[in-house]
Design a protein around this ligand. Structure first.
Ligand SMILES: [Fe+2]
Ligand SMILES: [Fe+2]
Length: 168
């Protein structure tokens, strides 16, 4: 594996690990603000991001590179509302999508089609992730943030956490 590809994959490992910590911070906020369903959903999502990180780590190591762990910025832990939290999460997923796309572009440029092929999974995954968080955000905006609305959104997120349990 070329050094430039290895470095770019290591940068992505760091971003996936950060995503996992960011969603962990969101889960903690939800759990301490009376939203156990949303917390369950975000704890599960934090695990998913860890799986993304591990997937890249094992690819880099398998292809003759060495995975490197980076220093990590502390994620934000205070949010004004559930809508603000999920807006930040959606924005973060868009940032990750752009990062994966750039990485894919680099593999084309460097003619590393093996890594390009590996990244296809992440490209599809990002389409799903963006759509999931857009849908959640639309719902939060639609119902508003009265206590009763939050109660229902929380139940829905809890159901989504259960439904996604078996997915990578
Ligand atoms: Fe991810
Ligand atoms: Fe994600």
């Amino acid at each position: 594996m070329k050094k430039v590809i290895e470095d770019a994959l290591n940068a992505q490992i760091e971003k996936e690990e950060y995503s996992s910590r960011f969603y962990l911070a969101g889960a903690i906020w939800c759990e301490t603000h009376g939203l156990p369903g949303a917390a369950k959903f975000l704890y599960a999502h934090s695990e998913e991001e860890r799986m993304h990180m591990l997937k890249i780590i094992s690819f880099v190591n398998d292809r003759g590179g060495v995975s490197k762990l980076g220093a990590m910025e502390k994620p934000r832990q205070e949010f004004e509302s559930l809508e603000e939290l999920f807006t930040k999460i959606k924005d973060h997923e868009v940032f990750i999508t752009n990062s994966i796309n750039e990485l894919y572009g680099l593999t084309i440029q460097e003619k590393d089609y093996t890594t390009g092929n590996f990244l296809q999974w992440f490209i599809s995954e990002q389409i799903e992730e963006e759509s999931t968080f857009n849908n959640i955000l639309d719902k939060i905006k639609l119902v508003g943030e009265s206590n009763i609305s939050l109660f229902h959104i929380d139940k829905e997120l809890e159901a989504m956490a259960g439904a996604n349990n078996n997915l990578g």
